[in-house]
Design a protein around this ligand. Structure first.
Ligand SMILES: O=C(O)CCC(=O)C(=O)O
Ligand SMILES: [Fe+2]
Length: 289
């Protein structure tokens, strides 16, 4: 691990390389992750909405000079491309949806938890904002460390340029391997510097934080989402935030990632006509009785 920061790969990297670097360092930067149409589409859909979004109320974590816009699947269709990008999705399958074995009577049964979209947010840090506290995002489930499996793979796409001065995400390389007693220090954190359209990927146990914006006039705008273990509770409650019509308008893979699915472990079923059924059927004409 270079003292200067996380390893940088390009869009042409193999998923295996992405996995290898994240396994070693806890995160990786992918330069030129987004197609230019996707970046332009995100900008034109989200920047006007961010302008109308109030800043946070909580000084410690949300930031009183930071705007956060969520429910992104109701706000821009371009987020679907990010969720299904193979460099993100296939790496998440590796880290988060690892198959597990359990006995079912005399048979050893293998099932993987599957993936779900945990949260979606555009985050705009204004000049004068301080840094967030260093944290692990798997703290939402009080995940314990060191851990034998990951609950989350997160992506932060640079919608504007990310610099050390404008609040580029602080990451503590290698901290995914620490136990729960070790306290992260800001002196160990390295700011993510990347051009617009590039992305940072990191796992749920890596310490990180939004950085301090020391510029006079630059807004740091990022878009983040997570692919999480589908047997955990969603961090952002998509069931209540997105109407069935919005969910139905996306490809089935996205519908399932948003929680309209029962997984391999029989998780999340609904009763349809007296059977424990896949909730995805409710999007396609099935009724309860
Ligand atoms: O804005 C950032 O760079 C990071 C935000 C973050 O880690 C969070 O809100 O959990
Ligand atoms: Fe975070």
């Amino acid at each position: 691990m270079a003292a200067t920061g996380l390893t940088r790969l390009t869009r042409e990297a193999e998923v295996a390389q992405v996995i290898e670097v994240i396994e070693r360092d806890g995160g990786v930067i992918i330069e030129g992750m987004l197609r230019s149409e996707t970046l332009e589409g995100l900008r034109s859909d989200l920047l006007p909405l961010l302008e109308k979004t109030p800043t946070g109320k909580d000084a410690v974590f949300d930031g009183q000079k930071t705007r956060r816009l969520s429910r992104l699947f109701a706000r821009t269709r371009h987020v679907a491309d990010i969720a299904m990008d193979p460099l993100f999705y296939d790496a998440a399958m590796h880290f988060v949806s690892r198959p597990m074995e359990t006995w079912h009577g005399g048979q050893m049964h293998t099932a993987a938890p599957g993936l779900q979209l945990g949260m979606t947010q555009a985050i705009q840090i204004a000049p004068g904002e301080g840094n967030q506290p260093l944290h692990r995002d798997d703290g939402v489930w009080s995940w314990r460390h060191p851990c034998e499996r990951q609950a989350r793979l997160q992506i932060m796409v640079a919608v504007s340029e990310f610099t050390a001065e404008n609040g580029g995400t602080l990451v503590v390389p290698g901290s995914h391997k620490w136990d729960d007693r070790r306290k992260p220090e800001l002196s160990e954190a390295i700011p993510t510097e990347m051009s617009a359209g590039s992305a940072l990927l990191w796992i749920g146990s890596t310490f990180h934080a939004g950085g301090t914006n020391r510029t006079a006039d630059q807004f740091r705008t990022g878009l983040t989402m997570s692919l999480d273990n589908a047997t955990l509770r969603q961090e952002e409650n998509h069931y209540l935030s997105l109407s069935p019509d919005v969910v139905r308008s996306y490809p089935e893979r996205i519908q399932r990632l948003l929680g309209w699915a029962s997984g391999a472990n029989h998780m999340g079923w609904v009763e349809i006509a007296g059977q424990m059924a896949d909730p995805n059927e409710l999007l396609h004409g099935a009724t309860f009785d």
